[in-house]
Design a protein around this ligand. Structure first.
Ligand SMILES: C[S@@+](CC[C@H](N)C(=O)[O-])C[C@H]1O[C@@H](n2cnc3c(N)ncnc32)[C@H](O)[C@@H]1O
Length: 179
């Protein structure tokens, strides 16, 4: 093996290890929402709502890029902790000239969500508990939440759409109201 092949091997190994590490740390891999899930989630996003749409774990950026492209007048934000998927999403954002999309390498639990009109997510049960806690403490207005697969712990959805896929994946839609 020559020097370039060895270097490439270590770069790929480093990327793979970083994805495994962040998956173990967060509890979910950067797996994308399926096309069907993404289309269903997009259909539940109201364009009339003023305010930002935030993805609480934007992964490779597929969902936020689709929203930012479809609604160029809507501000779209993605938070992502895993650096390689985040870097890839940043490259797509700039190569597509999506000026209405901001992508932060940050844990959503430490982010200011007060400007959001809509939250979208595809997380895991523990993160949904953390999200509900954060909303109870920090969210002072009504918002829409669209969640792929995982439900909020103690909040009732206004709608549950079952996808026509093998797992009958549920998409939960909430109209969150502050107490
Ligand atoms: C299953 S992927 C979903 C990607 C994208 N939202 C989609 O639907 O295609 C979940 C992503 O959430 C990220 N994540 C998990 N916990 C997070 C947290 N607390 N803050 C920010 N990102 C998080 C993971 O690193 C992963 O990339």
């Amino acid at each position: 093996m020559d020097f370039i092949a060895i270097t490439l091997f270590f770069i790929i190994l480093l990327i793979a290890l970083s994805i495994v590490w962040s998956t173990l740390k967060t509890g979910i891999s950067p797996m994308m929402s399926s096309t069907q899930a993404r289309q269903t989630m997009l259909a539940e996003i109201s364009t009339d709502e003023k305010g930002t749409l935030i993805d609480l774990g934007s992964g490779w950026g597929t969902l936020v890029i689709a929203v930012a492209k479809k609604y160029p007048n809507k501000q779209v934000v993605g938070y992502e902790v895993s650096w390689f998927p985040w870097l890839v999403s940043i490259i797509f954002k700039y190569s597509m000239g999506l000026n209405n999309l901001r992508l932060y390498r940050k844990d959503f639990k430490n982010a200011d969500l007060s400007g959001a009109a809509t939250l979208v997510c595809y997380l895991f049960p523990g993160a949904m508990v953390a999200l509900e806690d954060k909303l109870k403490h920090d969210m002072a207005k009504s918002i829409t939440i669209v969640s792929n697969t995982f439900a909020l712990h103690s909040y009732k959805p206004v709608k549950v759409i079952k996808l026509k896929d093998f797992y009958k994946t549920p998409i939960y839609v909430y109209h969150w109201q502050p107490n």
